[in-house]
Write a protein that binds this ligand. Structure first.
Ligand code: F6R
Length: 605
């Protein structure tokens, strides 16, 4: 995790580094720091907490220069203190790092008695290794090259060296790193978003690449140290930082953007005029024996919902696994199968590794991502966009519904390609899907009712979410949303599973949120709702008008979401669970957009 940025400039860099760091804050925000070279001397400033703390430190104690590196941290090794904040210095060398140096303990040991380590981080040893080589007489480039050979793990590095004005050394192994091309200056950044205000011309370093960057020159070498040329990508203006507008939080804005973002996702996958799933180049499900979806967190719940769709609509066997388990369980895969990585960022380390595993086993791969310049989009055989636009709130909302929308459309495409639906059914499914933007905007009208319900929920210490079928994963997502932003303990369960143990946790007043639109599983879910109600649970039923009529009287509170087709219910009902978590968190006064301990893009395993 963590975000890094660096500038070899013709002008001062401190303000621009801070501006770049703010764009990277989604990658971690427990401490930050910058280092610059001023009159060939290394200077640094660091602060615990968000970048605003570093900014005020710099206001009272300014440092600046024409070359610098900066970092925003999500702690892996060492507590989130100022002392553990990057950049790390050793002798002449300053380092920023994203990722994990897995062999750092052994490397530190190798310096025992020779060098003093002042932090608990895995990063500091990198600075020592380079400095050590320099003190032995190596040229900086050689010192850097030799150091890279000694490191194992996943990392992106940015390095400046005392006395060596005008050079940034950079490397990418496992963690993404981009180089931005400027006019008389050049940049490095964890991604193109960090560099958006500096450059639109981006070179993405490939796995194992390292580079020496000066004001006028960029030399890139591959993992075997051969000079290489990597293509320049021109990024679009859409990377500009998203603004909160009149909304109190990015999360609220992103929830309200969903009618539009769901619509954008649809445009790519559904021909709304002919009510047909759009054929996509390189994507043919006809002879696919099994679809393996891999993802983490919220994206995995989208994949979990999609399993129901691919199996029910397209009759395509489908498995979903969380990437951190999948990658190490040595899954038996069929080479006629296809793997689909689902990831907002396209950079999540475990999902990327799982994708690569599938590729190594000869599977065709797809990546359903929000960031089309991401590593997954570049490495998969087929890159599929969700078109949600930048998602800034750490808790995923609009990316989730855009993932669901895209996956439902893909399952319709798969059904047609596999010959398991006729034209009339395809038209029916597509027209149901094209109503979703409107239904989502109607669901947003629940906002005021939800604010009232959040009053009670905010007093709870524990809550449960129940659902059946494709709404079971939505129950998991509802619980995750509540946990991550309100810090209230919550669990999602398949409604029929509760009685096999977890029902023991239900006490007088325990909030249970039941997701039960009036579909073919309605009666069964309502029976489960009664089981908890009779044990004292305080039930919030999220249903549709017909469901409210049939069972509203059995619940303590009812939220009536718009009536919709069974297949689209997970998308439409998402709005209610998102708003419920949001308003509860606001009442509790948590940091909704940047909840504690989290980061938006998880680039460590
Ligand atoms: C929760 C959330 C996370 C992400 C997960 C995967 O609200 O956002 O659970 O879904 O970290 O991230 P991506 O989708 O970028 O791979």
């Amino acid at each position: 995790m963590c975000g890094i940025i660096g500038i070899v400039g013709q002008d001062t860099v401190a303000d621009r580094l801070i501006e770049g760091l703010k764009r990277l804050e989604y990658r971690g925000y427990d401490s930050s720091g910058i280092a610059v070279l001023k009159d060939s001397k290394l200077l640094r400033s660091r602060a615990k907490g968000k970048i605003i703390a570093l900014q005020s430190r710099l206001q009272s104690h300014p440092i600046d220069g024409n070359i610098g590196i900066a970092h925003t941290r999500w702690a892996t090794h060492g507590a989130p203190t100022e002392n553990n904040a990057h950049p790390h210095f050793a002798g002449t060398v300053g380092v920023v790092h994203n990722g994990i140096i897995e062999n750092f303990t052994a490397l530190r040991e190798s310096f025992k008695g020779q060098r003093e380590f002042v932090t608990e981080t895995d990063t500091e040893v990198v600075a020592h290794l380079i400095d050590h080589e320099i003190t032995l007489g190596a040229e900086p480039i050689e010192a850097f090259r030799k150091t890279l050979k000694k490191l194992s793990g996943a990392f992106a590095l940015g390095i400046i060296i005392d006395g060596l004005d005008g050079h940034i050394y950079a490397a990418r192994r496992g963690s993404p790193l981009a180089i931005g091309l400027g006019d008389g200056e050049n940049y490095i950044g964890s991604d193109a978003i960090a560099l958006a205000s500096l450059s639109r011309d981006i070179i993405y370093l490939e796995e194992g690449d390292w580079a020496v960057i000066t004001q006028h020159k960029i030399d890139i070498f591959d993992a075997d140290d051969n000079p290489v040329v990597r293509p320049v990508t021109h990024t679009s203006g859409s990377l500009a930082a998203a603004k909160k507008g009149n909304y109190r939080h990015y999360m609220l804005k992103e929830i309200h953007e969903q009618p539009e973002t769901v619509g954008h996702a649809l445009t790519h996958y559904i021909d709304a005029f002919n009510h047909q799933a759009v054929s996509l180049e390189g994507l043919d499900f006809k002879d696919v024996s099994r679809l393996t979806i891999i993802a983490c967190g919220t994206a995995s719940y989208a994949g979990h919902v999609a399993k129901y769709w691919f199996e029910q609509i397209a009759e395509l066997p489908c498995e979903i696994d969380i990437a951190s388990e999948f990658r190490y369980r040595r899954p038996a895969l069929d080479t006629k199968g296809m793997a689909l990585a689902v990831s907002q960022s396209g950079e999540t380390a475990d999902t990327l590794a799982a994708l690569r595993y599938c590729q190594s086993k000869g599977l065709k791969t797809g990546a359903l991502v929000n960031v089309m310049t991401s590593t997954m989009a570049r490495e998969a055989d087929v890159a599929l966009p969700i078109n949600a636009g930048p998602e800034i709130g750490v808790a995923s909302t609009k990316a989730f519904t855009a993932q669901l929308t895209s996956l439902l459309a893909l399952s319709i495409l798969a059904a047609r390609q596999r010959g398991v639906i006729d034209e009339a059914r395809e038209v029916e499914l597509c027209s149901e899907l094209t109503q979703v933007p409107r239904l989502v905007s109607e669901a947003l009208l629940l906002d005021e009712d939800i604010q009232v319900l959040a009053q009670d929920l905010s007093k709870a210490t524990s809550a449960f979410y129940l659902g059946r079928g494709a709404l079971f994963p939505l129950a998991l997502e509802g619980a995750l949303k509540l946990k991550e932003i309100s810090y209230i303990h919550a669990e999602g369960y398949a409604a029929g599973e509760l009685k096999h143990g977890p029902i023991a946790l239900i006490e007088e007043g325990t909030p249970v949120i039941v997701l039960a639109p009036h579909d073919e599983l309605f009666e069964k879910t309502i029976s489960n709702m009664q089981e908890v109600a009779s044990r004292g649970a305080r039930v919030i039923l999220i249903t549709d008008p017909e469901g409210a009529l049939a069972a509203g009287h059995m619940a303590d509170s009812v939220l009536i979401s718009p009536a919709c087709a069974m297949q689209t219910a997970p998308i439409v009902l998402s709005v209610a669970i998102q708003l419920l978590a949001y308003h509860t968190a606001v009442l509790l006064g948590t940091d909704v957009d940047q909840p504690r301990n989290l980061a938006k893009s998880v680039t460590v395993e």
